[in-house]
Design a protein around this ligand. Sequence first.
Ligand SMILES: Cc1cc2nc3c(=O)[nH]c(=O)nc-3n(C[C@H](O)[C@H](O)[C@H](O)COP(=O)(O)O)c2cc1C
Length: 187
Amino acid sequence: MPSINPLLQKRWSPISFTDRMLTDEEIETLFEAARWAPSSFNEQPWRYVYARKNDGEKREKLESLLSEGNAWSKKAPLLVMSVAKLTFTKNGKPNRHAQHDNGSAMENMFLQAASMGLFGHGMAGWDTAKAMEIFQIGDGYEPLTMMAFGEHNPTPTDPAAKEREAKPRTRKEQSEFVFHGEWKEMN
Ligand SMILES: Cc1cc2nc3c(=O)[nH]c(=O)nc-3n(C[C@H](O)[C@H](O)[C@H](O)COP(=O)(O)O)c2cc1C
């Protein structure tokens, strides 16, 4: 097996976080990493709404969107909602890579977090329709992913969290998704 960059190895998606709040500088650094992601026509179609654990009403609004299965993330020091701008600013045409480029920016944030001893965990399980409503997000924008950031707590009190985090991480073989000059249908 070829070995990959240690930063890529370090990144993973924990569900247990310590209580340590992220500093303003750390938060700004995570968004700075997003800022430098590549994007189609350099449109930079990512938008974020964030709230720290101690941000009161702002935080409650984000937490109210989370599914039950993602209740673990309510403990995270930082929650971030990503929203894609679906059209190009210069001509109003649909940007079919808006979601793709949001994903690039998310991974930039995750890798930046890992380099700072922090972790980010992406979530699809939340109410995007409610987000449109309570944040009054207009047409042309699509709420995409919620992200939880913080310092990992390696000794969670919840046994279920401990068990989940102890599960081995799995991946497909390269032969299942890399094809040399030909297309193959693979699940
Ligand atoms: C767009 C996206 C949505 C995800 N949604 C959820 C989610 O709703 N709940 C959850 O616990 N994990 C979620 N995950 C985390 C994945 O399950 C995780 O990345 C995957 O199992 C690989 O594990 P790793 O990140 O530790 O390598 C999501 C990840 C991404 C990128």
